[in-house]
Design a protein around this ligand. Structure first.
Ligand SMILES: [Zn+2]
Ligand SMILES: [Zn+2]
Length: 68
């Protein structure tokens, strides 16, 4: 068993006061003009949910990806 709700709160706390896309503190997501930045590996160009380091992406799942 694992507590998904608790981990979700921890995950969101990492974005508090930050842009959700690029993690900048200078603006919010709606004002973002910067490239996407991954919170897991800190590389640009993809989100954590699409990151190769995301355990959810480790087993060749064919989840539909959509940029937004
Ligand atoms: Zn941004
Ligand atoms: Zn990544």
């Amino acid at each position: 068993d694992f507590n998904a709700v608790g981990s979700h709160e921890v995950f969101l706390s990492r974005f508090r006061g930050r842009c959700f896309r690029c993690l900048s503190k200078r603006h919010r997501r709606k004002d973002c003009r910067d490239p996407l930045r991954c919170v897991l590996c800190k590389l640009q160009g993809h989100l954590a949910r699409e990151c190769p380091q995301n355990p959810r992406n480790g087993r060749g799942g064919s989840a539909s990806s959509r940029l937004g």
